[in-house]
Design a protein around this ligand. Structure first.
Ligand code: 3H9
Length: 706
């Protein structure tokens, strides 16, 4: 028997323990080990019942996701766990699945093949496969509706969200919650059911009949809305529906067909890339061993505006007391009012209790002075995007913050080193760039200055996780990773308007490509005045003779700042619904004709290529410059901070899927037409193409230097 699985006996109960750290995934050897142990236990006449349990922190987190790439490339045969699960289900002695931590994906599928399931109070069960672009592939879509009923199985398989222990018992997925010593409780349960004839989940058909067709139609509609562009949730619904129409074995065959269709899709490759990417970005080469991060116990935020308020909420949500400072009482009252309103909305939706809201509000201390700042472990400056102002604040913070406190700035573009130069402790200065709305968006860009100490970086990255964010480390340059790349993306969106595309065509093409919103809609939401202020500050950085967008400043001069003024690139009604504005169309045409720009028909594909390849080309430069550690850091930044579709895998992964030679050829076309200042291909892109490599290969080289 493989060491991954152990068999022991406690009198008349056999205990099979899976020990495959970190999460007991069903890696090669694990199913075989369980099966061998099971057969041994069945053959042992002293054994009357069997308990299957996971060592460490969890039961089974599913199939080994690392193996999927090998299956797709043909390096490993396709997974067929079905015979293994039938062996469990056909055991003549009852098999009790003892679940602590998670039974996810293949883990829940194994559990459902057992005859009973007992749960630790904090256990969770779920079929999260759709989050990887696939569907349950080991009978999950056939056994779950038999236990939980069809509507709940549809929801769990199509949305992928986990279910808590209490709910799992109420739904019929599990039999009992075991308090106290978990293994002892599971063994006692097994002893109590020993001798009873085991009932097989696959034979329990009572919850299957009579589901109206409307239930499936509603599930499909919901999936199309909530998981726009994704195939897997629809495939999961098809597979659950098959359970209601076919016998168990035919249903499993249909599930396997759909599973393989999904597994071999670009969508699955992209989403698996994102799964590992989310974890990879937390790994900073050369930092982990040498530093001793301390815990953030108290925080302070400067500014109670949109960003400051949202940032303060993040700290309060994580249970960290936080001072919120403003310069005027009115601004402070307004800021705290907005925070209270945000929480109240969550309470009204039933997603937060009133008591939890009160607790969070109590963690916020409004201030007009620096009183209490001497106790903060971190101070986050979230003032207006202006260098002189930020330097003045940092000089003040240098005086009031305790030695050893982290001084963080929420700047979205400005030079961290220059900000740090206003203090006597540049090693303690770091960027923590939140994305708006800061209490919602999952990305945190941690920006390292040239002096930022490794410990400060490690603390900021760990803090990101504690605040429920995905933290990505960026180097210091104008705009860091995200905003540096977004500048050419927005630039191209505006050039396309000047060349003949409509505002609606630009927005719609990129929305259909998979962006959460079109670029001009984003501009209108963020406020055109923000970019206007930045452009004024950076006017001296413009290279003479290089084309710049001409229309946006004219809109700003007319007071069209986007949604907040009801007019921007589009018109907005009182419900903030957009409609096209003929005045803007006329203005664009006038301005472009006056500038002698040729206007023409522009295809949706050109819109996507121009905007997305502008991201990719700048992304390659960001990599070359070492601003992002790996291509995957860029992908995660764009998925969690800029609404890039996860099923596209992020801009750099997308470029890999298109094929870098094709991407380069298109960029060279744009270079010919629009000039090298705007479109010279990034040297790294050219180099990868010359070597026949991808951005993924570039990352692998970084993981294993030499
Ligand atoms: C499936 O089951 C298909 C089936 O229907 C059958 C088909 C035939 N495999 O998240 P963490 C690694 S599909 C391989 O940081 P946490 C992870 O990469 C699968 N590795 O910890 C990380 O590695 P590293 C369906 C896995 O405590 C380490 O474990 N199941 C897997 O915050 C720790 O992970 C899922 O989608 C895996 N299955 O959260 C569940 N899972 O340290 C996916 C994790 O090198 N997993 N790793 O970076 C999870 O949701 C979370 O990992 C879990 C723990 C909640 C379990």
């Amino acid at each position: 028997m493989a060491e991954l699985v152990r068999l022991a006996r406690q009198d008349d109960v056999a205990v099979i323990t899976i020990d495959n750290p970190p999460v007991n995934a069903l890696s090669p050897g694990v199913p075989e080990g369980i099966e061998a142990a099971l057969k041994q236990a069945v053959a042992d006449t002293r054994v009357r019942a069997i308990v299957l349990i996971g060592a460490g922190s969890t039961f089974i987190a599913g199939a080994d996701i690392r193996e999927f790439g090998k299956i797709v490339s043909g390096e490993r045969p396709r997974l067929t766990l079905l015979p293994f699960l039938l062996t469990i289900e056909d055991s003549p002695k009852p098999v009790v699945m003892a679940i602590h931590g998670q039974a996810f994906g293949g883990g829940l599928e194994v559990a459902m093949a057992g005859h009973y399931r007992v749960l630790a109070p904090k256990a969770q069960v779920g079929q999260p496969e759709v989050k990887l672009g696939i569907i349950p592939g080991a009978g999950g879509t056939q056994r779950l509706p038999r236990l939980a009923g069809v509507p709940k199985a549809l929801e769990m398989c199509a949305a992928g969200d986990p279910v808590k222990a209490q709910d799992a018992v109420a739904l019929g997925i599990a039999d009992k919650i075991v308090e106290g010593d978990f293994l002892a409780g599971a063994i006692a349960f097994a002893r109590a059911v020993a001798g009873k004839p085991p009932s097989k989940t696959r034979e329990r058909d009572e919850k299957l009949p009579g589901v109206p067709a409307a239930v499936f139609a509603a599930a499909r509609e919901q999936a199309r809305k909530q998981a726009r562009g994704l195939r897997a949730p629809l495939a999961a619904i098809d597979a659950v529906e098959a359970a209601t129409k076919l016998d168990f074995f035919a249903g499993c065959e249909e599930e396997a067909r759909l599973f393989n269709q999904c597994l071999f899709s670009t969508e699955a490759r992209a989403m698996i890339h994102v799964f590992f990417g989310e974890r990879a970005v937390a790994k900073i080469p050369g930092i982990s061993k040498e530093v001793k991060p301390f815990e953030i116990r108290r925080a302070a935020v400067i500014g109670a505006g949109t960003m400051g308020g949202g940032i303060a909420m993040n700290y309060a949500n994580a249970g960290i007391p936080v001072i919120v400072k403003e310069t005027k009482q009115e601004a402070l009252d307004r800021g705290l009012g907005i925070i209270r309103g945000n929480y109240a909305k969550t309470v009204a939706k039933g997603k937060l209790s009133q008591a939890a809201m009160d607790q969070r509000m109590a963690l916020l201390t409004p201030r007009l002075t620096y009183d209490g700042f001497e106790q903060a472990d971190i101070v986050v400056e979230a003032a207006f995007e202006n260098m002189a102002l930020k330097k003045r604040i940092f000089a003040e913070l240098d005086k009031v913050a305790k030695p050893g406190a982290i001084l963080a700035t929420n700047t979205s573009t400005l030079d961290i080193d220059e900000i740090a130069s206003a203090t006597s402790r540049p090693t303690m200065v770091v960027g923590t760039h939140f994305f708006s709305p800061a209490n919602v968006m999952k990305l945190l860009e941690v920006v390292r200055g040239k002096a930022t100490s490794p410990a400060v970086i490690a603390i900021a990255m760990a803090l990101g996780k504690r605040l429920g964010k995905v933290a990505v480390l960026a180097g210091n340059c104008h705009g860091f990773i995200g905003n540096r790349m977004v500048a050419p993306y927005f630039r191209e969106a505006q050039f396309l308007l000047e060349e003949g595309a409509s505002v609606e065509a630009v927005n719609q093409s990129l929305y259909e490509f998979g962006m959460a919103m079109g670029p001009l809609a984003v501009d209108d939401l963020a406020g055109l005045d923000i970019g206007w202020a930045i452009r004024k500050e950076r006017a001296t950085h413009l290279k003479p003779g290089v084309r710049v967008p001409l229309v946006v400043d004219k809109l700003c001069e007319q007071g069209r700042f986007g949604q907040k003024t009801g007019r921007g690139w589009s018109k907005y009604d009182e419900n903030r619904r957009a409609s096209s504005d003929p005045e803007v169309a006329a203005l664009i045409e006038r301005v472009s004709r006056a500038a002698g720009i040729e206007r023409r028909e522009i295809s949706n594909q050109e819109i996507v290529d121009r905007c997305v390849y502008a991201l990719v080309n700048e992304g390659a430069r960001v990599l070359e410059d070492g601003i992002a550690l790996r291509a995957v850091d860029i992908d995660i930044t764009y998925i969690y901070g800029y609404g890039f579709a996860a099923w596209r895998g992020g801009p750099m992964f997308y470029a890999d899927t298109v094929g870098l030679p094709k991407v380069l050829a298109r960029i060279e076309e744009f270079e010919k037409k629009h000039g090298k200042d705007l479109w010279a291909p990034a040297p790294l892109l050219k180099q990868l193409v010359a070597e026949g490599k991808t951005f993924k290969d570039f990352d692998k080289r970084k993981e294993a230097p030499g």
